[in-house]
Ligand binder design. Structure first.
Ligand SMILES: Nc1ncnc2c1ncn2[C@@H]1O[C@H](COP(=O)(O)OP(=O)(O)OP(=O)(O)O)[C@@H](O)[C@H]1O
Length: 433
Protein backbone atom coordinates (compact mmCIF):
# COMPACT_ATOMS: atom_id res chain seq x y z
CA UNK A 1 0.00 0.00 0.00
CA UNK A 2 1.41 3.40 -0.95
CA UNK A 3 2.09 6.12 1.58
CA UNK A 4 -0.62 8.27 0.00
CA UNK A 5 -3.14 5.55 0.63
CA UNK A 6 -1.93 5.04 4.16
CA UNK A 7 -2.46 8.73 4.72
CA UNK A 8 -5.92 8.98 3.22
CA UNK A 9 -7.70 5.72 3.94
CA UNK A 10 -8.73 3.82 6.96
CA UNK A 11 -7.61 0.20 7.03
CA UNK A 12 -9.96 -2.53 5.96
CA UNK A 13 -12.63 -3.55 8.45
CA UNK A 14 -14.56 -6.74 8.79
CA UNK A 15 -18.15 -6.80 7.66
CA UNK A 16 -20.82 -8.11 9.95
CA UNK A 17 -24.37 -8.61 8.71
CA UNK A 18 -27.45 -9.77 10.49
CA UNK A 19 -29.70 -12.11 8.56
CA UNK A 20 -32.79 -14.02 9.60
CA UNK A 21 -35.15 -16.86 8.89
CA UNK A 22 -38.48 -16.63 7.10
CA UNK A 23 -41.17 -19.23 7.65
CA UNK A 24 -44.35 -19.71 5.65
CA UNK A 25 -47.12 -22.27 6.14
CA UNK A 26 -46.28 -25.71 4.84
CA UNK A 27 -42.79 -24.80 3.55
CA UNK A 28 -39.25 -25.20 4.79
CA UNK A 29 -37.80 -22.10 6.47
CA UNK A 30 -35.69 -19.91 4.19
CA UNK A 31 -32.50 -18.26 5.40
CA UNK A 32 -32.15 -14.59 4.48
CA UNK A 33 -28.55 -13.65 3.66
CA UNK A 34 -26.89 -10.91 1.64
CA UNK A 35 -28.45 -12.01 -1.67
CA UNK A 36 -32.04 -10.72 -1.96
CA UNK A 37 -34.86 -13.27 -1.66
CA UNK A 38 -38.06 -12.37 -3.52
CA UNK A 39 -41.43 -13.28 -2.00
CA UNK A 40 -44.31 -13.58 -4.44
CA UNK A 41 -46.76 -15.71 -6.35
CA UNK A 42 -44.45 -16.29 -9.32
CA UNK A 43 -43.04 -19.85 -9.21
CA UNK A 44 -39.52 -18.51 -9.72
CA UNK A 45 -39.57 -16.49 -6.47
CA UNK A 46 -37.31 -17.59 -3.62
CA UNK A 47 -40.37 -17.81 -1.34
CA UNK A 48 -43.48 -18.72 -3.32
CA UNK A 49 -46.81 -17.80 -1.69
CA UNK A 50 -49.76 -19.37 -3.43
CA UNK A 51 -52.34 -16.74 -2.58
CA UNK A 52 -54.32 -14.73 -5.19
CA UNK A 53 -53.95 -11.59 -3.05
CA UNK A 54 -50.16 -11.79 -3.31
CA UNK A 55 -48.52 -10.03 -6.28
CA UNK A 56 -46.26 -11.99 -8.63
CA UNK A 57 -43.21 -10.35 -7.05
CA UNK A 58 -44.48 -8.90 -3.79
CA UNK A 59 -41.52 -7.94 -1.63
CA UNK A 60 -37.89 -8.83 -1.16
CA UNK A 61 -35.64 -9.31 1.86
CA UNK A 62 -31.88 -9.21 2.33
CA UNK A 63 -29.42 -9.07 5.21
CA UNK A 64 -27.74 -5.74 5.90
CA UNK A 65 -25.47 -4.56 8.71
CA UNK A 66 -28.09 -3.94 11.42
CA UNK A 67 -30.80 -6.37 10.32
CA UNK A 68 -32.89 -7.62 7.42
CA UNK A 69 -34.10 -5.03 4.93
CA UNK A 70 -37.61 -5.79 3.67
CA UNK A 71 -38.88 -3.80 0.66
CA UNK A 72 -42.30 -3.82 -0.89
CA UNK A 73 -41.93 -4.22 -4.67
CA UNK A 74 -44.98 -2.14 -5.57
CA UNK A 75 -47.36 -4.95 -4.64
CA UNK A 76 -51.08 -4.45 -5.18
CA UNK A 77 -52.15 -5.18 -1.61
CA UNK A 78 -49.09 -3.99 0.29
CA UNK A 79 -46.56 -5.48 2.69
CA UNK A 80 -47.25 -5.18 6.42
CA UNK A 81 -44.80 -5.61 9.27
CA UNK A 82 -46.72 -6.25 12.49
CA UNK A 83 -49.83 -4.49 11.02
CA UNK A 84 -47.88 -1.42 9.78
CA UNK A 85 -47.84 -1.03 5.98
CA UNK A 86 -44.27 -0.42 4.84
CA UNK A 87 -42.38 0.53 1.71
CA UNK A 88 -39.18 -0.61 3.36
CA UNK A 89 -38.14 -1.49 6.90
CA UNK A 90 -35.19 -3.00 8.75
CA UNK A 91 -36.21 -6.01 10.81
CA UNK A 92 -34.19 -6.54 13.97
CA UNK A 93 -36.65 -8.55 16.07
CA UNK A 94 -39.07 -11.42 15.53
CA UNK A 95 -42.21 -10.22 13.75
CA UNK A 96 -45.01 -11.16 11.41
CA UNK A 97 -44.90 -10.07 7.77
CA UNK A 98 -48.25 -9.99 6.05
CA UNK A 99 -48.43 -10.29 2.27
CA UNK A 100 -51.93 -10.46 0.78
CA UNK A 101 -53.95 -12.80 2.98
CA UNK A 102 -50.86 -14.75 4.10
CA UNK A 103 -48.64 -14.29 7.12
CA UNK A 104 -44.93 -15.15 7.17
CA UNK A 105 -42.99 -15.23 10.38
CA UNK A 106 -39.57 -13.66 10.62
CA UNK A 107 -36.88 -14.37 13.19
CA UNK A 108 -33.52 -12.60 13.30
CA UNK A 109 -30.27 -14.54 13.48
CA UNK A 110 -27.07 -13.51 15.23
CA UNK A 111 -24.66 -11.24 13.40
CA UNK A 112 -22.37 -13.16 11.09
CA UNK A 113 -18.97 -12.18 9.81
CA UNK A 114 -18.86 -12.07 6.04
CA UNK A 115 -15.63 -13.05 4.38
CA UNK A 116 -15.04 -10.07 2.10
CA UNK A 117 -11.50 -10.69 0.93
CA UNK A 118 -8.87 -8.01 0.45
CA UNK A 119 -9.17 -7.19 -3.24
CA UNK A 120 -9.95 -3.53 -3.72
CA UNK A 121 -10.61 -3.84 -7.42
CA UNK A 122 -12.20 -5.89 -10.11
CA UNK A 123 -10.96 -4.78 -13.52
CA UNK A 124 -11.35 -1.01 -13.61
CA UNK A 125 -13.86 -1.03 -10.72
CA UNK A 126 -12.33 0.00 -7.41
CA UNK A 127 -13.65 0.17 -3.87
CA UNK A 128 -12.32 -0.28 -0.35
CA UNK A 129 -15.62 -0.74 1.51
CA UNK A 130 -16.45 -4.24 2.75
CA UNK A 131 -19.57 -4.23 0.60
CA UNK A 132 -17.59 -3.56 -2.58
CA UNK A 133 -14.85 -6.02 -1.67
CA UNK A 134 -17.52 -8.65 -1.14
CA UNK A 135 -18.99 -7.73 -4.50
CA UNK A 136 -15.64 -8.01 -6.27
CA UNK A 137 -15.32 -11.54 -4.99
CA UNK A 138 -18.82 -12.35 -6.22
CA UNK A 139 -18.14 -10.77 -9.63
CA UNK A 140 -14.99 -12.83 -9.99
CA UNK A 141 -16.94 -15.98 -9.21
CA UNK A 142 -19.83 -15.28 -11.60
CA UNK A 143 -17.51 -14.13 -14.39
CA UNK A 144 -16.26 -17.68 -14.83
CA UNK A 145 -19.80 -19.05 -15.24
CA UNK A 146 -22.28 -18.82 -18.12
CA UNK A 147 -25.07 -17.48 -15.90
CA UNK A 148 -26.97 -14.50 -17.21
CA UNK A 149 -26.79 -11.53 -14.88
CA UNK A 150 -28.89 -8.58 -13.90
CA UNK A 151 -26.93 -5.66 -12.49
CA UNK A 152 -29.00 -3.09 -10.62
CA UNK A 153 -28.00 0.26 -9.18
CA UNK A 154 -28.54 3.98 -9.40
CA UNK A 155 -27.00 6.09 -12.16
CA UNK A 156 -23.19 6.30 -12.02
CA UNK A 157 -22.66 3.29 -9.74
CA UNK A 158 -20.60 1.45 -12.37
CA UNK A 159 -23.09 -0.99 -13.93
CA UNK A 160 -21.63 -0.81 -17.44
CA UNK A 161 -18.10 -0.91 -16.10
CA UNK A 162 -18.95 -4.06 -14.13
CA UNK A 163 -20.50 -5.73 -17.19
CA UNK A 164 -17.44 -4.99 -19.31
CA UNK A 165 -15.11 -6.19 -16.53
CA UNK A 166 -17.01 -9.48 -16.24
CA UNK A 167 -16.74 -10.03 -19.99
CA UNK A 168 -13.03 -9.18 -19.92
CA UNK A 169 -12.18 -11.95 -17.46
CA UNK A 170 -14.70 -14.51 -18.70
CA UNK A 171 -13.93 -17.33 -21.13
CA UNK A 172 -15.70 -15.17 -23.76
CA UNK A 173 -13.14 -12.37 -23.52
CA UNK A 174 -11.82 -13.20 -27.02
CA UNK A 175 -15.33 -12.55 -28.42
CA UNK A 176 -17.25 -9.30 -28.85
CA UNK A 177 -18.86 -7.21 -26.09
CA UNK A 178 -21.91 -5.57 -27.65
CA UNK A 179 -23.82 -2.84 -25.82
CA UNK A 180 -27.53 -2.32 -26.51
CA UNK A 181 -29.25 0.65 -24.89
CA UNK A 182 -32.83 -0.57 -24.55
CA UNK A 183 -34.00 2.98 -23.78
CA UNK A 184 -33.01 4.21 -27.23
CA UNK A 185 -33.97 1.30 -29.46
CA UNK A 186 -35.23 2.81 -32.71
CA UNK A 187 -39.06 2.39 -32.44
CA UNK A 188 -40.40 0.24 -35.25
CA UNK A 189 -36.89 -0.98 -36.11
CA UNK A 190 -36.13 -2.24 -32.61
CA UNK A 191 -36.72 -5.90 -33.45
CA UNK A 192 -34.49 -5.68 -36.52
CA UNK A 193 -31.84 -3.89 -34.46
CA UNK A 194 -31.73 -6.84 -32.03
CA UNK A 195 -32.33 -9.79 -34.35
CA UNK A 196 -31.58 -8.51 -37.88
CA UNK A 197 -33.81 -8.59 -40.98
CA UNK A 198 -34.15 -10.16 -44.40
CA UNK A 199 -33.93 -8.11 -47.58
CA UNK A 200 -37.36 -6.67 -48.38
CA UNK A 201 -38.74 -7.43 -44.90
CA UNK A 202 -40.09 -3.85 -44.67
CA UNK A 203 -39.87 -0.68 -46.74
CA UNK A 204 -36.24 0.46 -46.78
CA UNK A 205 -34.83 -3.02 -46.00
CA UNK A 206 -32.70 -3.04 -49.13
CA UNK A 207 -30.30 -5.66 -47.91
CA UNK A 208 -30.12 -8.52 -45.42
CA UNK A 209 -28.80 -7.28 -42.06
CA UNK A 210 -27.52 -8.93 -38.92
CA UNK A 211 -28.72 -7.75 -35.51
CA UNK A 212 -26.98 -7.14 -32.20
CA UNK A 213 -27.35 -10.82 -31.27
CA UNK A 214 -25.48 -11.91 -34.42
CA UNK A 215 -22.76 -9.34 -33.73
CA UNK A 216 -22.36 -10.63 -30.17
CA UNK A 217 -22.03 -14.25 -31.27
CA UNK A 218 -19.30 -15.95 -29.24
CA UNK A 219 -19.23 -13.05 -26.77
CA UNK A 220 -21.46 -11.05 -24.43
CA UNK A 221 -24.41 -8.79 -25.06
CA UNK A 222 -24.99 -6.02 -22.52
CA UNK A 223 -28.62 -4.92 -22.38
CA UNK A 224 -28.47 -1.54 -20.68
CA UNK A 225 -31.67 -0.04 -19.25
CA UNK A 226 -33.44 -3.39 -19.57
CA UNK A 227 -36.55 -1.95 -17.86
CA UNK A 228 -37.12 0.23 -20.95
CA UNK A 229 -37.35 -2.73 -23.33
CA UNK A 230 -40.58 -2.31 -25.35
CA UNK A 231 -43.27 -4.80 -24.20
CA UNK A 232 -43.72 -6.34 -27.69
CA UNK A 233 -40.04 -7.32 -27.76
CA UNK A 234 -40.05 -8.99 -24.36
CA UNK A 235 -41.50 -12.38 -25.46
CA UNK A 236 -39.12 -12.40 -28.46
CA UNK A 237 -36.13 -11.77 -26.24
CA UNK A 238 -37.30 -14.47 -23.84
CA UNK A 239 -37.48 -16.95 -26.69
CA UNK A 240 -34.04 -15.97 -27.96
CA UNK A 241 -32.57 -16.51 -24.49
CA UNK A 242 -34.36 -19.75 -23.76
CA UNK A 243 -33.61 -21.38 -27.12
CA UNK A 244 -30.36 -19.55 -27.94
CA UNK A 245 -31.80 -18.92 -31.40
CA UNK A 246 -32.92 -15.75 -33.16
CA UNK A 247 -35.19 -15.07 -36.11
CA UNK A 248 -34.54 -12.12 -38.42
CA UNK A 249 -37.54 -9.91 -39.23
CA UNK A 250 -39.10 -11.30 -42.41
CA UNK A 251 -37.59 -14.78 -41.97
CA UNK A 252 -39.04 -18.05 -40.76
CA UNK A 253 -35.75 -19.63 -39.86
CA UNK A 254 -34.31 -19.59 -36.36
CA UNK A 255 -30.51 -19.25 -36.38
CA UNK A 256 -28.45 -20.47 -33.42
CA UNK A 257 -26.48 -17.82 -31.50
CA UNK A 258 -24.01 -18.31 -28.69
CA UNK A 259 -24.34 -15.24 -26.49
CA UNK A 260 -24.08 -14.52 -22.80
CA UNK A 261 -26.50 -11.92 -21.44
CA UNK A 262 -25.66 -9.25 -18.92
CA UNK A 263 -28.40 -6.70 -18.32
CA UNK A 264 -28.57 -3.57 -16.20
CA UNK A 265 -31.35 -1.43 -14.88
CA UNK A 266 -31.85 1.64 -12.74
CA UNK A 267 -35.58 1.01 -12.68
CA UNK A 268 -37.15 -1.07 -9.95
CA UNK A 269 -38.19 -4.04 -12.08
CA UNK A 270 -40.20 -5.53 -9.20
CA UNK A 271 -42.60 -2.62 -9.51
CA UNK A 272 -42.57 -2.84 -13.32
CA UNK A 273 -43.55 -6.50 -13.10
CA UNK A 274 -46.43 -5.80 -10.77
CA UNK A 275 -47.79 -3.11 -13.09
CA UNK A 276 -47.42 -5.48 -16.06
CA UNK A 277 -44.75 -3.33 -17.76
CA UNK A 278 -42.13 -6.02 -17.53
CA UNK A 279 -42.64 -9.79 -17.89
CA UNK A 280 -41.70 -11.74 -14.80
CA UNK A 281 -40.65 -14.83 -16.82
CA UNK A 282 -38.13 -12.70 -18.73
CA UNK A 283 -36.92 -11.11 -15.49
CA UNK A 284 -36.24 -14.45 -13.85
CA UNK A 285 -34.60 -15.83 -17.02
CA UNK A 286 -32.19 -12.90 -17.12
CA UNK A 287 -31.68 -12.52 -13.37
CA UNK A 288 -30.19 -15.98 -12.87
CA UNK A 289 -27.83 -14.00 -10.72
CA UNK A 290 -28.49 -10.52 -9.39
CA UNK A 291 -25.77 -8.04 -8.57
CA UNK A 292 -26.68 -4.85 -6.77
CA UNK A 293 -24.21 -1.96 -6.93
CA UNK A 294 -24.81 0.15 -3.81
CA UNK A 295 -25.10 3.94 -4.04
CA UNK A 296 -21.97 5.85 -3.04
CA UNK A 297 -23.72 7.40 -0.02
CA UNK A 298 -23.93 3.89 1.49
CA UNK A 299 -20.20 3.24 1.06
CA UNK A 300 -18.43 6.48 1.83
CA UNK A 301 -15.31 4.49 2.74
CA UNK A 302 -14.75 4.21 -1.04
CA UNK A 303 -14.41 7.98 -1.52
CA UNK A 304 -10.69 8.33 -0.65
CA UNK A 305 -9.65 5.51 -2.97
CA UNK A 306 -11.75 6.88 -5.84
CA UNK A 307 -10.40 10.40 -5.32
CA UNK A 308 -6.83 9.06 -5.26
CA UNK A 309 -7.47 7.23 -8.50
CA UNK A 310 -8.71 10.40 -10.21
CA UNK A 311 -5.59 12.30 -9.06
CA UNK A 312 -3.37 9.50 -10.38
CA UNK A 313 -5.20 9.55 -13.71
CA UNK A 314 -4.84 13.31 -13.97
CA UNK A 315 -1.12 12.95 -13.35
CA UNK A 316 -1.18 14.72 -9.96
CA UNK A 317 -0.95 11.91 -7.37
CA UNK A 318 0.77 14.32 -4.98
CA UNK A 319 -2.54 16.20 -4.62
CA UNK A 320 -4.47 13.12 -3.46
CA UNK A 321 -4.24 13.93 0.26
CA UNK A 322 -5.35 17.54 -0.31
CA UNK A 323 -8.27 16.43 -2.52
CA UNK A 324 -9.40 13.68 -0.17
CA UNK A 325 -9.39 16.13 2.74
CA UNK A 326 -11.21 18.77 0.74
CA UNK A 327 -13.90 16.43 -0.50
CA UNK A 328 -14.47 14.50 2.69
CA UNK A 329 -14.76 17.67 4.77
CA UNK A 330 -16.77 19.73 2.28
CA UNK A 331 -19.03 16.98 1.02
CA UNK A 332 -19.28 14.95 4.21
CA UNK A 333 -23.08 15.06 4.14
CA UNK A 334 -23.60 15.19 0.39
CA UNK A 335 -25.78 12.39 -0.98
CA UNK A 336 -24.03 12.10 -4.35
CA UNK A 337 -27.13 11.50 -6.49
CA UNK A 338 -24.81 10.98 -9.47
CA UNK A 339 -22.74 8.50 -7.40
CA UNK A 340 -19.18 7.64 -8.50
CA UNK A 341 -19.57 9.54 -11.78
CA UNK A 342 -20.42 12.70 -9.85
CA UNK A 343 -17.56 12.22 -7.36
CA UNK A 344 -15.08 11.68 -10.17
CA UNK A 345 -16.27 14.75 -12.04
CA UNK A 346 -16.14 16.97 -8.95
CA UNK A 347 -12.66 15.69 -8.14
CA UNK A 348 -11.39 16.19 -11.69
CA UNK A 349 -12.61 19.77 -11.74
CA UNK A 350 -11.20 20.57 -8.27
CA UNK A 351 -7.83 18.91 -9.03
CA UNK A 352 -7.50 20.83 -12.28
CA UNK A 353 -7.29 24.12 -10.34
CA UNK A 354 -4.03 25.21 -8.68
CA UNK A 355 -3.51 24.06 -5.06
CA UNK A 356 -5.11 26.37 -2.54
CA UNK A 357 -7.12 28.25 -5.19
CA UNK A 358 -10.14 29.96 -3.69
CA UNK A 359 -12.14 28.86 -6.71
CA UNK A 360 -11.90 25.24 -5.54
CA UNK A 361 -14.39 25.79 -2.76
CA UNK A 362 -16.82 27.55 -5.07
CA UNK A 363 -17.02 24.70 -7.59
CA UNK A 364 -17.82 22.08 -4.99
CA UNK A 365 -21.49 21.33 -4.37
CA UNK A 366 -21.31 22.76 -0.84
CA UNK A 367 -23.47 21.25 1.84
CA UNK A 368 -25.32 24.34 3.04
CA UNK A 369 -22.02 26.20 2.65
CA UNK A 370 -21.14 25.57 6.28
CA UNK A 371 -24.14 27.55 7.46
CA UNK A 372 -24.95 27.19 11.12
CA UNK A 373 -28.14 25.17 11.59
CA UNK A 374 -30.54 26.62 14.13
CA UNK A 375 -33.27 24.12 15.03
CA UNK A 376 -36.18 26.58 15.03
CA UNK A 377 -38.50 24.43 12.93
CA UNK A 378 -39.46 20.76 12.76
CA UNK A 379 -36.72 18.51 11.38
CA UNK A 380 -38.55 17.62 8.15
CA UNK A 381 -39.27 21.24 7.33
CA UNK A 382 -35.74 22.38 8.24
CA UNK A 383 -34.22 19.64 6.09
CA UNK A 384 -36.45 20.49 3.12
CA UNK A 385 -35.48 24.13 3.21
CA UNK A 386 -31.75 23.31 3.65
CA UNK A 387 -31.89 20.94 0.67
CA UNK A 388 -33.73 23.55 -1.43
CA UNK A 389 -31.10 26.17 -0.53
CA UNK A 390 -28.33 23.74 -1.42
CA UNK A 391 -29.90 22.87 -4.78
CA UNK A 392 -30.34 26.57 -5.58
CA UNK A 393 -26.66 27.29 -4.84
CA UNK A 394 -25.37 24.17 -6.53
CA UNK A 395 -27.17 24.80 -9.82
CA UNK A 396 -26.52 28.56 -9.80
CA UNK A 397 -22.82 27.81 -9.39
CA UNK A 398 -22.96 25.11 -12.05
CA UNK A 399 -24.50 27.56 -14.54
CA UNK A 400 -21.73 30.01 -13.76
CA UNK A 401 -18.98 27.39 -14.10
CA UNK A 402 -20.26 25.94 -17.38
CA UNK A 403 -21.55 29.08 -19.07
CA UNK A 404 -25.02 27.55 -18.90
CA UNK A 405 -24.25 24.57 -21.13
CA UNK A 406 -26.78 21.93 -20.03
CA UNK A 407 -24.80 18.97 -21.41
CA UNK A 408 -21.72 20.10 -19.52
CA UNK A 409 -23.78 20.69 -16.38
CA UNK A 410 -25.19 17.17 -16.67
CA UNK A 411 -21.68 15.75 -17.11
CA UNK A 412 -20.29 17.58 -14.09
CA UNK A 413 -23.28 16.83 -11.89
CA UNK A 414 -23.34 13.18 -13.00
CA UNK A 415 -27.00 13.47 -13.96
CA UNK A 416 -29.15 13.12 -17.02
CA UNK A 417 -29.84 16.40 -18.88
CA UNK A 418 -33.56 16.21 -18.16
CA UNK A 419 -32.80 16.03 -14.42
CA UNK A 420 -30.66 19.14 -14.69
CA UNK A 421 -33.49 20.94 -16.50
CA UNK A 422 -35.95 19.80 -13.85
CA UNK A 423 -33.81 21.36 -11.09
CA UNK A 424 -33.38 24.56 -13.10
CA UNK A 425 -37.15 24.83 -13.59
CA UNK A 426 -37.78 24.06 -9.93
CA UNK A 427 -35.55 26.95 -8.84
CA UNK A 428 -36.48 29.38 -11.60
CA UNK A 429 -32.93 29.32 -13.03
CA UNK A 430 -32.13 29.87 -16.69
CA UNK A 431 -29.42 27.81 -18.34
CA UNK A 432 -28.12 30.05 -21.11
CA UNK A 433 -26.59 33.26 -19.80
N1 LIG B 1 -16.31 1.42 -8.55
C1 LIG B 1 -15.84 2.23 -9.52
N2 LIG B 1 -14.52 2.36 -9.72
C2 LIG B 1 -14.03 3.19 -10.66
N3 LIG B 1 -14.79 3.94 -11.46
C3 LIG B 1 -16.12 3.84 -11.32
C4 LIG B 1 -16.70 2.99 -10.35
N4 LIG B 1 -18.04 3.10 -10.44
C5 LIG B 1 -18.29 3.98 -11.42
N5 LIG B 1 -17.14 4.43 -11.96
C6 LIG B 1 -17.00 5.46 -13.00
O1 LIG B 1 -18.22 6.21 -12.99
C7 LIG B 1 -18.67 6.45 -14.31
C8 LIG B 1 -20.03 5.83 -14.51
O2 LIG B 1 -19.91 4.42 -14.61
P1 LIG B 1 -20.94 3.52 -15.45
O3 LIG B 1 -21.24 4.19 -16.76
O4 LIG B 1 -20.45 2.14 -15.46
O5 LIG B 1 -22.22 3.69 -14.50
P2 LIG B 1 -23.70 3.18 -14.73
O6 LIG B 1 -24.16 2.63 -13.42
O7 LIG B 1 -23.75 2.27 -15.94
O8 LIG B 1 -24.44 4.57 -15.03
P3 LIG B 1 -25.80 4.86 -15.85
O9 LIG B 1 -26.91 4.10 -15.16
O10 LIG B 1 -25.97 6.35 -15.71
O11 LIG B 1 -25.57 4.42 -17.27
C9 LIG B 1 -17.61 5.91 -15.25
O12 LIG B 1 -16.75 6.96 -15.56
C10 LIG B 1 -16.90 4.88 -14.42
O13 LIG B 1 -15.59 4.78 -14.83
Amino acid sequence: MSSTRDATRARAVQWFVRGGTLRSAGRDPVKIGIAPIVVGRDPSCGVVVDDPEVSSTHCDLRAEGPGVLVRDLGSKNGTFVSTVRIREAILTAACAIQVGGSVLSFEPLDKERVDVGFDESFGPLIGASPRMRHLFRLLREVASTELSLLITGETGTGKELAAQAIHDVSSRRGGPFVVVDCASLPGALAESFLFGHERGAFPGANERRSGAFHEANGGTIFLDELGELPPDLQPKLLRALTEQKVKRVGSRIYEPVDVRIIAATRRDLGRSMNTGRFRSDLFFRIAQMRIELPPLRERREDIPLLVERVCERLGCPERAVEMVNLITTTLGQHDFPGNVRELMNVTSVAASLPPGAEAIASILPLEGGGDVVVPTSAFGEAKRSAVAAFEQRYFSELIRATGGNVSEMARRAGMERHHVRMFLRKHGLTAKQ
